[in-house]
Every structure is written in structure tokens, then in C-alpha cells.
Design a protein. Structure first.
Length: 510
């Protein structure tokens, strides 16, 4: 993501505070100047940046701070909150409700990627168990019908459209009524792309809104227009009650920062961001997690959601063996398979704090995992289950494995080095009481510090630094534990309401 450059520049500005032996007004001013410069380069509005700088100056008053007060932490927290303020309008977006037909109308500029985003939005909810349908009400652009129909076929989403009807209002109304009758949970209406100067198309958009009465109107916007997003978003909001915004193409343009902050200034919450051409390049937007990931702190809650969607069971035999300190090449193979289920490794590692530069990062990371698995496919059962891999895999065995897998001997040795890193970490993790770490209360006070200290000793020092030291690690573990508890509460609620979850569990037991 191009915005990663902005994250790097912000971190460099904050590093000035971390490195300074004495924090005085000159150090703070230098940090703020660097921060503002980074935001301006990312095309954030000059007025917003100026306002943010003035607010920070008022909040960071070194004279009023008591002796012994942690100035570094306080300044970093002020910067974080101000950056969050640029992205968060403080308005809650509409969330689809189960048990009813949620009509979502998409509007946007021409060429903003609206039609593809409709499919991405539909697929996002389809994978979460919602019954989704798409209605093509775009009769203005040639090829819109075919594009949406093909997208729906690829994503296996139900489609409605007409090649004979020319009135988009009639198509939208008939499509929504038909899909409501068929019991769909989410009905997405794709409208014609338009510009704020095109009065006729804006009138058509208002007519469709009156006809289908959507629960939410989503404005799709191309991030490359930068600060212009503010005027465009306001123009759409004047015509129809835009409830939320999706920003596309954030992977390919340096003006993304301007688009993000400009839309937030319109008081319309951003609900998703598009980070690529593929259907899976689509992420739910939360100001806290986005900013955390931008600054290299990772996205723990997002990672938990990916693991859940991939169907990976953290209570499986494999992870029980991890807690016992047992780790063979066969275990590594199964672990890599689970990682592959979660999607492209580069994006997964972005979510994991401090793992950006680790062994499975980079654009060729997924390819490297496949190479490792190919090499392990050429091993015998004894080799895969060996306790002492370094001793058991003699040079003769290594040569045979390399020849059998069609890979180089150096790649076999690279796999063994990666395995060694995993094994060392698993052995250190054995000393931890993992059950205690699942309870947020256990991570508080003296007991919590002891648990986190043990975990810190199991981590690479570089990873620990990027997590923000012991404090950052403790915060991450609390977030993990809270997510775990929230999931348990969801399951309890589903059972109480007689949802499908309990029935499915019974079927599995049979």
C-alpha cells in the first residue's frame, strides 16, 4: 500500500521524541514539523493539518507536566489521537440487520471502481453467511450490465438486470421487490456513475432512491482524486443522504491520505477500503485498526477475523502440541497449510505487529511457503516426524530431498533454518500458561506482567521493539483475549436465540 510510505514518515517523526535525551519545546516543534510535512506530502488538506498542529501545541504543554511524568508516551498518544481525528468523523455507519431485507444503494463518480466494489461488498457479506443479490440499475454506461453479471458469476452472487428496459428506476424497483420476495438479506443496487456537474444523472439518482428506499446509500470514491474528494462527497450528500463511504484504489496512489481525511471531514464514515483489483482486496475500515496498521503496530482484531474465516481451529491437536513444546516438520507443514488458507502472506504479515520484515514477508512470501511445502512433500514419514531434525537430516538425506523435490540444496537448508526458528519459539512458548493468557483480567497487575514477560522472552527482540516493548505486547495480548471472550459471548447468544450455530455443532458430534 502506498500509504505505508506515510506510516514510515510518521514513525520517523515520532522517533525524534524516542531518541531525544531531553524533551524540550525545540524537539517537540521539530517532531510536529516533520509530521505535518509527511501529511502534506500525502495530500492531506493544508487547513486540516494546520488545525491539527495548533491542537497538538495546546495539548502538549511541557511546562504544565509534573516531574517524572512520561512525556514520550503522552506525546505519542496525543499524536495518535489527532491522526485518528483526521480519519474518524465520529458517526456510526449503518450495519445490515439479520432477519430483514437490507437495501444498499451504491452511488459514485465515473471510473471510481463502483461496479467492482458492489461485487466486493456483496462477497464480503456472502462469506459471512448472508444471502446477497445484486441489481444492475446502470443503463448509462455501455457494458455495465455484462460486467456486473460476470462479476456475480465469479463471486457466485445472485444477479438481476434487464437488457430490454431502459429506465433505471423501473429496473431498480422491480429488482429490489423481486429479491425481497425471494428472501434475500442484502440487496445491492448499482447505479450509473456520475459527476457533480451532471444534473440529469443526479436527478435519476434521487428518483432511484425514492423508488427503492435504501437503508444505506454508499458513496464509492477513487482515492487518486485526493482532496477533491471533499467537494465531490458533499455534492453527492446534498443530492441524496449518503450514509457511508468506500474508498477504492488505495494501493496505487500517494494521494490516499488526502482522500481519507477529506471524506472524514464531510461527516460520512468510511466503512471499507479497496486495496487492489481482486475481490479479496477489500477491508473493513476502522480508524483505530487502520492507524495502528499504518504505524506498524499491526491489526490483531483483523488477523483474528481472517483466522476465523479461514476455518482454523486454535484448539486443534496441532496447536495443543505447540503448547506442549512439541514441533516436528510435519507440524510445520500443517502450520504452513493454515497460513496459506488465510490469503496472501504479505497482507497477513501487515496485520501481525512487528512481522513486516520477518521470514515470510515480501511479495514472494507465498511462493516461498509453497517451495517449503514442495520440499517437505519429498520427505519420508520418519524425516517428517523426527525429533532432532538437524541431526536426522544428514547431508545425504538433504541431497536426496533436494533432487526429489526439484529444488536446490540451499533451499533445503533454508527450510531447516526456518524450522529451527519455529522450534525455538515453540519450546519457549511451552513455559507459558496459555489458558491464563485467554483471560483479559489475568493480564492486569503483577501476574499479568509476569505472563507478558515470559511471552516477551519467546519473541525476537526486533519484533518486541516494533510491538512497542512490553507495554505494546501487553496491549496486544489483552486485545486478543477480549476478542476471544467476545467470540464466546456471540456463540452463547446464538445458542440462546436458537440460531444455526448450536444445530451445526450437534451435527458435527454425530
Amino acid at each position: 500500500m502506498v500509504l505505508a510510505e506515510l506510516g514510515g514518515q510518521i514513525n520517523l517523526a515520532l522517533a525524534k521524541i524516542a531518541r531525544a535525551t531531553v524533551i524540550d519545546d525545540a524537539v517537540v516543534d521539530e517532531m510536529m514539523n516533520e509530521l505535518c510535512k509527511a501529511l502534506l506530502v500525502a495530500d492531506v488538506n493544508v487547513g486540516l493539518v494546520k488545525e491539527m498542529k495548533e491542537t497538538m501545541k495546546q495539548k502538549i504543554s511541557l511546562e504544565d507536566m509534573a516531574q517524572g511524568f512520561n512525556k514520550r508516551k503522552y506525546i505519542q498518544n496525543v499524536v495518535y489521537q489527532e491522526l485518528k481525528g483526521l480519519l474518524d468523523p465520529g458517526v456510526k455507519p449503518y450495519k445490515p440487520i439479520r432477519g430483514m431485507a437490507n437495501v444498499i444503494m451504491f452511488v459514485g463518480l465515473q471510473g471510481s471502481g463502483k461496479t467492482t466494489t458492489c461485487t466486493k461488498y456483496g462477497l464480503y457479506y456472502k462469506t459471512k453467511g448472508w444471502k446477497v443479490a445484486l441489481v444492475c440499475a446502470d443503463t448509462f454506461r455501455a457494458g455495465a450490465y455484462d460486467q456486473l453479471k460476470q462479476n456475480c458469476a465469479k463471486a457466485k452472487i445472485d444477479f438481476y438486470g434487464s437488457l430490454t428496459e431502459t429506465d433505471p428506476v423501473v429496473i431498480a424497483k422491480e429488482g429490489v421487490e423481486k429479491k425481497k420476495a425471494e428472501g434475500y438479506d442484502i440487496i445491492i443496487v448499482d447505479t450509473s456513475g456520475r459527476h457533480m456537474q451532471e444534473a440529469a444523472l443526479f436527478a435519476e439518482m434521487e428518483q432511484i432512491q425514492e423508488a427503492v428506499k435504501p437503508h444505506d446509500i454508499v458513496f464509492t470514491m477513487d482515492s487518486s482524486i485526493g482532496q477533491t474528494a471533499h467537494e465531490q462527497a458533499l455534492a453527492f450528500k446534498r443530492a441524496v443522504p449518503v450514509g457511508s463511504v468506500i474508498i477504492t484504489k488505495l494501493d496505487g496512489h500517494a494521494k490516499g491520505g488526502g482522500a481519507l481525511s477529506a471524506v472524514a471531514a464531510t461527516r460520512s464514515p468510511i466503512i471499507f477500503i479497496g486495496t487492489g483489483e481482486h475481490f479479496q482486496d477489500f477491508k473493513a475500515f476502522d480508524p483505530n485498526t487502520f492507524l495502528s496498521q499504518l504505524l506498524g503496530y499491526g491489526d490483531v482484531s483483523g488477523l483474528m477475523e481472517v483466522i476465523k474465516d479461514a476455518g482454523i481451529d486454535s484448539k486443534s491437536e496441532l496447536y495443543q502440541r505447540f503448547s506442549e513444546g512439541v514441533f516436528t516438520l510435519r507440524d510445520m507443514y500443517e502450520h504452513l497449510q493454515n497460513m496459506m488458507k488465510m490469503g496472501p502472506m504479505g497482507k497477513i504479515m501487515e496485520m501481525l505487529p512487528g512481522m513486516g520484515q520477518q521470514m515470510f514477508s515480501g511479495e514472494h512470501s507465498t511462493k516461498r511457503l509453497k517451495v517449503y511445502m514442495t520440499i517437505m512433500d519429498s520427505m519420508t514419514d520418519k524425516e517428517l516426524d523426527a525429533d532432532n531434525v538437524k541431526k536426522f537430516l544428514t547431508i545425504e538425506r538433504q541431497v536426496r530431498i533436494a533432487q526429489g523435490s526439484g529444488r536446490g540444496l540451499y533451499e533445503v537448508r533454508e527450510l531447516m533454518a526456518a524450522y529451527q526458528k519455529f522450534e525455538d519459539m515453540v519450546k519457549k512458548m511451552q513455559k507459558l500458561d496459555l489458558k491464563k493468557l485467554e483471560n483479559p483480567a489475568a493480564l492486569q497487575g503483577k501476574q499479568g506482567v509476569q505472563q507478558v514477560t515470559q511471552l516477551a522472552q519467546a519473541l525476537d527482540p526486533q519484533v518486541l521493539r516494533q510491538l512497542g516493548g512490553m507495554g505494546g505486547l501487553q496491549h496486544m495480548m489483552q486485545q486478543l483475549a477480549i476478542n476471544e471472550q467476545a467470540e464466546k459471548e456471540e456463540k452463547k447468544e446464538a445458542r440462546k436465540s436458537g440460531g444455526g450455530g448450536a444445530k451445526k455443532d450437534k451435527k458435527k458430534k454425530k
